[in-house]
Design a protein around this ligand. Structure first.
Ligand SMILES: Cc1cc2nc3c(=O)[nH]c(=O)nc-3n(C[C@H](O)[C@H](O)[C@H](O)COP(=O)(O)OP(=O)(O)OC[C@H]3O[C@@H](n4cnc5c(N)ncnc54)[C@H](O)[C@@H]3O)c2cc1C
Ligand code: SF4
Length: 528
């Protein structure tokens, strides 16, 4: 066991939340240590191999979690510098302003946040700049006010998707260009880092052109001498002073050896499941139900969205290369025949004929696989799930993660699928949607933890939240959580930009607490 090293700030986890916070604090001169259980994701041919990604789960965590029926499963989580953003689709949405208030759903109420959209707006703008978000303001009629336009122009539609967009508009919908975090300059294809290929969504980018937390945040943060990163450093538990008021020791397992670190401030950002698990594993006499868990909410209220991946079969061939450019929020708040929210629709990356053929379920009779491969238009549907108390993360005696989850809001999600299916005839497609073979069934199963959130929620009341409005533990003075755990509700759009923006907001609070300032000019130079 090594002797303890002391830092001003220790950040555990280098994904959307932790990586962004490291970036935000880097120029303060404070000694910052980032502890990451994974290593760097290797740049190799398999990064862009669909079998390796979708069938073999090459970059998924090598561990088992247990579901509510006691069955083990391998979670689709990514333990690398940059966390899940190494594999994410980089669709970087702001939540709607209404998502910050109470929303009445078919199955119940999703609770209000203790902060408003207006408070997060400047940080959304900062996060969009850092993560190179391309988009077009004014198109998405559900989007809230913005203090400025997107930092980069929208990624253009290819002809079949432009046609889809035109057809949608013709029948009264409001399609829009998806907000995408990508290092793409369409006006300069020679100079652009992104080559606009068909390996977007789920694939790590060999060219470092996807705006992930490793490339955009951790790498520039590490150019500051006061920031260091320890990879393969899995935090096993946090220890406190006898009264339980402050974290004194961060206990790490690294290559089979225990190491200890201490920090004036300790920030947990392991992803919603692992952060809850870490706090629960850190139970002590002072915190018998888990660290920072006097409310009993740690691990509870797990959300992950109801997601479906489907294929529309176009009547004309779809030779789109980069397909993930179009979104539709016309059913976000409901539909003509249903006054509760249904959800959000976006394009997926173009499905790969190798995968369709290697393919899992039999496709609807009447279509050949070749025909489907040439005509597929791939779509992803998301509905909000409710933060149910019984949907929760626990750990067993040996530290294994148990994830107990049951759906809510199934009816709105079914209706969203039916709505989309009903539109097909108007959009130049055959009338039936097909389940996406990659996911074997229309609904993403328990392994799909991509949009995990809610397990260490923030709030004003220490009786029903674990964190205060600054994302500091109500019970522990120097402990913060900045991954998606803090979400009291999930909205129905992708979560990462909200974690990034919030990390910047918490960064401002921490700088005030430490009495330091960031040196913006220096940061921008490092990042460029
Ligand atoms: C395939 C896929 C596609 C996605 N597409 C999108 C998208 O298009 N748009 C979007 O907004 N979101 C998307 N997401 C979700 C997005 O990636 C997450 O919301 C986001 O990364 C969450 O950030 P986080 O900081 O909470 O956790 P993560 O980014 O997962 O970071 C957690 C980090 O903590 C590390 N860690 C865990 N436990 C420990 C420990 N005990 N000790 C030390 N380190 C630890 C992990 O290795 C990881 O690096 C996608 C996710 C996946 C998997
Ligand atoms: S589309 Fe661009 S960002 Fe995506 S994998 Fe290809 S080169 Fe990388």
């Amino acid at each position: 066991m090594s002797t303890s090293e002391h830092y001003d700030v220790i950040i555990i986890g280098s994904g959307a939340g932790g990586g962004t916070l490291a970036y935000k604090l880097a120029s303060t001169g404070k000694r910052i240590l980032v502890l990451e259980r994974g290593g760097y994701l290797k740049r190799e041919r398999e990064n862009w191999d669909s079998k390796a990604i979708y069938l073999d789960g090459r970059y998924h965590a090598h561990e088992e979690w247990i579901d509510k029926d006691g069955e083990p499963f391998r979670p689709g989580a990514h333990y690398f510098v940059g966390g899940n953003t190494k594999a994410y689709g980089a669709i970087l949405f702001r939540l709607r302003d209404t998502d910050f208030g109470e929303v009445v759903h078919h199955d119940g109420v999703s609770p209000a946040w203790p902060i408003s959209y207006d408070e997060l707006e400047p940080y959304y703008a900062d996060a969009e700049r850092l993560y190179l978000v391309h988009g077009k303001s004014g198109e998405d009629h559900t989007e809230a006010w913005r203090s400025g336009d997107f930092p980069h122009p929208p990624v253009s539609h290819e002809p079949r998707i432009q046609q889809l967009s035109d057809d949608m508009e013709r029948i009264g919908l409001h399609p829009f260009h998806l907000p995408i975090g990508i290092d793409l300059d369409e006006s300069d294809p020679e100079g652009s880092r992104c080559i606009r290929c068909d390996r977007f969504d789920g694939f790590p980018c060999i060219l470092d052109a996807k705006a992930d937390a490793h490339i955009c945040a951790v790498r520039p943060a590490l150019q500051h001498d006061n920031v260091s990163l320890l990879t393969h450093a899995k935090v096993e538990r946090l220890e406190t002073d006898p009264a339980g008021h402050a974290v004194t020791d961060v206990v790490v397992e690294r290559h089979g050896v225990e190491q200890r670190f201490s920090g004036d401030i300790v920030v947990v950002s392991c992803g919603a499941v692992n952060s809850a698990a870490l706090l629960l594993k850190s139970a002590s006499d002072a915190h018998p139900d888990g660290l920072a868990n006097s409310s009993g909410v740690v691990g509870r209220h797990y959300m992950c969205h109801l997601n479906s991946a489907v294929i529309a079969v176009s009547k004309s061939p779809n030779d789109t290369v980069f397909e993930k450019t179009l979104g539709c929020n016309d059913f976000y708040y409901g539909a003509d025949d249903f006054d509760r929210p249904l959800g959000h629709i976006q394009m997926l990356a173009k499905s790969d004929s190798q995968i369709l053929k290697g393919g899992a379920p039999p496709l609807t009779p009447g279509f050949t696989l070749d025909y489907v491969a040439k005509h597929a238009i791939d779509m992803w549907l998301t509905s909000e799930d409710l933060p149910l108390e019984q949907n929760r993360v626990t750990v067993d005696g040996s530290g294994r993660i148990l994830l107990s989850y049951s759906d809510s809001n199934r009816e709105p999600h079914r209706r969203l699928l039916r709505k989309l299916g009903g539109l097909m005839g108007h959009l130049g497609c055959h009338p039936h949607l097909l389940p996406h073979s990659v996911v074997r069934d229309k609904r993403i199963p328990i392994e799909g933890v991509a949009h995990q959130c809610g397990t260490v929620r923030f709030g004003d009341d220490p009786r029903n939240s674990a964190l205060n409005v600054d994302c500091r533990a109500h019970d522990v003075d120097n402990l913060y959580v900045v991954d998606t755990s803090f979400f009291p509700s999930a909205g129905a759009v992708n979560p990462a930009l909200t974690a990034m923006a919030n990390a910047m907001r918490v960064g401002d609070h921490l700088m005030e607490r430490m009495g330091v300032r960031e040196h913006e000019t220096e940061l921008q130079e490092v990042a460029s």
